[in-house]
Design a protein around this ligand. Structure first.
Ligand code: NAP
Length: 298
């Protein structure tokens, strides 16, 4: 069983999280199939599901919601996000893609998410992208009020830099509990640019989105020739597939990274726990880092 990461005294997430950005890209979005994917996660101890209002053109939450029975809902933690307004679906009349962290927008978005998923609370609400037009006092107070109302149990952010984090946190009483950022062997910048360091300093466990580079690490479409050869060799040695090694590389880091996996493929979902079987020591970590960097460390 996959272990858990404690985010606060009363909230923990599974070490590996299942992401639903691509849920509506699956040819099969039937209730039975979505339930089969969630069950495959639960069988391995993957209980945390990552959603966003905007996924699937504002429809992915509804697809998941249709598959949730009350019993199933009680076995999972639901993360969802808001603030991206794209001129599609329910925002089809908007002129420009933008961010909205106003009280009116966040409150309405949470109500939509609750209704579409058929649930009475969200376990964690994330502000999806930093909003350059944010009124931190208004946003912070809104998030505090949502927690007080019980509609949202906990709050976090996504794609935030340190300055975005400190600004929002300074305007709210509720502690921000995570930052969901892009991190993988295909995107190593956060390991040195301060994005991970500030979270470690605050003892905040981050989530890593696109932990397989959106699939490019596996397909080779983004290059990564030598890296993929090294991943394949380690995979063979340890009796798992390349994806398990790439995820184990994130899990091995002391920052308590929670990878958010995006596969729609049931057999790949069933194998997600393989990442826990892989041993990555310091030299192996740097071996893969070196290939990702394209050169030895200075
Ligand atoms: N906060 C944000 O701004 C943000 C942004 C992007 C994503 N996210 C979150 O992160 C989650 C994961 O993102 P992601 O889907 O990009 O993650 P990912 O796990 O890096 O990539 C998933 C993609 O890789 C493919 N793939 C996986 N294993 C493969 C293999 N062995 N061979 C070939 N292809 C393979 C999958 O195809 P198959 O389905 O065919 O396996 C899928 O298309 C999303 O669902 C979402 O929850 C958040």
């Amino acid at each position: 069983m996959i272990d858990r990461i404690s985010l606060s005294s009363d909230l923990s997430f599974s070490r590996i999280i299942y992401g639903m950005w691509r849920l509506s890209d699956d040819q099969n979005t039937s209730v039975d199939h979505v339930r089969a994917k969630i069950s495959a996660c639960l069988d391995q101890g993957i209980t945390t599901m990552d959603q966003a209002d905007i996924y699937g053109g504002y429809q992915a939450e509804e697809i998941m919601g249709a598959a949730l029975t009350p019993a199933l809902r009680n076995r999972i933690e639901i993360v969802t996000k808001c603030d991206i307004v794209a001129p599609v679906g329910r925002y089809g009349d908007r002129r420009v893609k933008h961010y909205d962290t106003s009280r009116a927008h966040i409150t309405a978005s949470v109500d939509h998410s609750l209704r579409l998923m058929g649930i009475d609370h969200i376990d964690m609400l994330l502000i999806h992208r930093p909003d350059p037009f944010m009124d931190a006092d208004e946003t912070g107070a809104t998030l505090d009020d949502l927690v007080r109302s019980g509609k949202v149990r906990a709050v976090g952010v996504s794609n935030f830099k340190l300055h975005d984090w400190t600004l929002l946190q300074s305007a709210m009483k509720t502690p921000l509990l995570t930052n969901q950022i892009e991190m993988s062997l295909g995107h190593i910048a956060p390991f040195t640019n301060g994005d991970l360091a500030f979270l470690q300093e605050r003892k905040i466990a981050p989530m890593a989105w696109s932990p397989l580079g959106g699939g490019s690490l596996m397909t080779g479409k983004g290059g990564h020739g030598k890296l993929r050869t090294a991943l394949a060799a380690l995979a063979k040695e340890q009796g798992v597939d390349m994806a398990a090694v790439a995820i184990a590389w994130l899990l091995a880091h002391p920052a308590r990274i929670m990878p958010v996996m995006g596969t729609n493929n049931l057999s790949r979902i069933n194998a997600l726990h393989d990442a826990l079987k892989v041993t990555i020591d310091r030299q192996t970590w740097f071996e893969l880092y070196t290939y990702a960097l394209g050169d030895e460390v200075p």
